[in-house]
Design a protein around this ligand. Structure first.
Ligand SMILES: CC(C)(COP(=O)(O)OP(=O)(O)OC[C@H]1O[C@@H](n2cnc3c(N)ncnc32)[C@H](O)[C@@H]1OP(=O)(O)O)[C@@H](O)C(=O)NCCC(=O)NCCS
Length: 155
């Protein structure tokens, strides 16, 4: 949908989001955004969903859904106007349910920059545990950043 594309394109091109999601910091043309959406939505070992709360406002995703090891990597990103309203926790809850019931996942994993205190607070609140912290693991174009690896068992 057109509204979805506008929101996703805005997020893909937001410099702060690019840093937080550890993607290459640059301008993404509409064709490149379309290619990214196509990659995510056709990825047979992934799930990509637009978050809607009175209109599209972000996305959640599972990548590397490993049916053998019953694990998946989780990602979430909301537009600024949708933050601080409990939408993130709700979307994460629905994604967890999908991972558990539909995909039979037993564990979710994720990576987050140590400086992303807000995201880490959200994950802690949702009972994700810190597995390890890799020091100076990610180069964001200017600095080497510590990366926190977290996981949650789905029961
Ligand atoms: C990460 C993200 C999904 C969190 O959603 P959100 O709606 O902003 O989260 P909340 O406002 O519910 O905040 C989560 C918790 O962090 C706390 N918090 C808010 N800002 C904070 C800050 N700067 N430092 C520490 N904690 C903070 C909140 O108080 C809240 O805890 P509470 O519910 O117990 O009060 C959202 O901020 C986002 O999309 N950010 C950009 C992309 C991103 O960083 N994605 C994660 C990459 S791994």
């Amino acid at each position: 949908m057109k509204g979805d594309f506008t929101v996703l394109s805005g997020l893909r091109n937001d410099a702060a989001v690019q840093r937080q999601l550890m993607i290459e910091p640059r301008k993404y043309s509409p064709a490149q955004v379309r290619a990214w959406i196509r990659r995510r939505t056709t990825d047979s070992s992934g799930v990509f969903l637009v978050v809607d709360s009175g209109g599209p406002c972000g996305f959640v995703q599972l990548t590397r859904v490993d049916r053998g090891r019953v694990t998946a990597d989780l990602g979430i990103c909301l537009a600024r106007g949708a933050r601080g309203k409990g939408i993130a926790a709700k979307a994460m809850g629905l994604l967890e349910m999908h991972a558990k019931k539909k995909l039979r996942c037993k564990k979710l994993t994720l990576r987050v920059l140590r400086v992303n205190h807000r995201a880490i607070a959200l994950y802690r609140k949702l009972k994700f545990k810190i597995l390890e912290i890799k020091r100076r693991h990610h180069f964001d174009g200017a600095h080497w950043r510590d990366v926190v690896f977290m996981e949650k068992a789905l029961r």
